[in-house]
Write a protein that binds this ligand. Sequence first.
Ligand code: UDP
Length: 427
Amino acid sequence: MNATPYGGGVSELLRSVVPLLNDLGLVADWRIIRGDERFFEVTKAIHNGLQGAAGGLDDGAKASYLKTSRENAKEFLEEYDFVFMHDPQPAAILPLRGKGGSRWIWRCHIDTSSPNPQVWDFMRAFLTEYDAAMFTMEEFVPRDFPVARVEIVPPAIDPLSPKNLPLPRALATQVLEWIGIRLDRPLVTQVSRFDPWKDPLGVVSAYRLARREFPGLQLALVGSLALDDPEGWGILSRDTSGDRVRSARPRVHERRRRREHRGERVPGALARRLQKSLREGFGLVVSEALWKGTPIVAGRAGGIPLQMADGTGGILVDSVEECGEAIASLLRDPSRADSLGRSGRERVRHHFLVPRLVLNELAIVRELAGDRPITRAPGWLTNRDPVCGMIVEETAVASDRRRTGPVLLRPMSRAVRHESGTVCTRP
Ligand code: UDP
């Protein structure tokens, strides 16, 4: 369960992991909480606070978080053997709903190593009943974390998702031309939500420094807006219309895309990469770029050094000045840039592809299952299609989904009939 079906790394992961779990024979659903704009403003403030931002939550913000969490808890009727709650947005549903017969795992994707104490106190209270927690790095676990079982599992990318597949040259050229990129001039890009931690203004400043030496250098800031990140629109308009950026505007190609699927293939088509994050959970975009053999200049933040350990993949930087110089150095020495890109791809192949993540998650599930045999009362799984969420006819639900007993490693029914008469067939 998470907060958004698109935009950001968590939805990217779930889009690949949930179908893979089903392919392996588990019954796995992806559920998304509901919330209004106020709720997502509060959860973004919680997200920022957990990453250390100053400022607290007033009583109104806390009440809004609790109210929406309560509504989501009421709607969460199904019983599962395991529930993975991703990030702070859905975290309070467990204490508000009750554990039932499930094991609950809180999956934290952000850097909570030095959280804002007031925000952390508020969130901490919702986490105490979780059976386990997963963090990307050991350093991210807060000192007074209330869950005894903590697993360190970095995320991973899906090499078969459209954006990670190699693009035919003709299509790449077409896409670049479509968004206004000149192919005869060097290009750096950053692919990110418009979030202060991704430092888009720092990117523009570093680009300007590098452009002194390479006047033809182009910059593309590529970003879709996530449903659970209302802050993005404000930052986007500030970055692209504010005084600081206006003067660079003729050389900065921007495209505003409300609908991600229209831009789905764009990140894969762009060449040299930047990820000048100030704080970062993992930064899937780094592995995505490395998987394409693209050298990266990246902020030394969160999970980025993990992906670029031992000098693989590119250059880590700590300031705008270092970033500008690193971009210029990669442009000066293309053979070094290529060799960094190649080493990055190998690192991703060994450590950051999605089958490793699925194995890690299944190992945790198996350990948690080991404590207590899994038994289910009849009717444990409602007749709801796990893909589209519609209610399906009782008679059309395969008998193996209505039995009692262990639920792991059973094949899914291949076809279900909806009340409307539509039949969904699974691959
Ligand atoms: N992404 C995308 N289009 C965009 C911006 C981001 O598809 O315009 C994807 C990106 O490719 C990556 C994910 O969103 O898969 C971002 O994950 P990451 O861990 O880098 O950052 P987060 O947004 O979760 O902080």
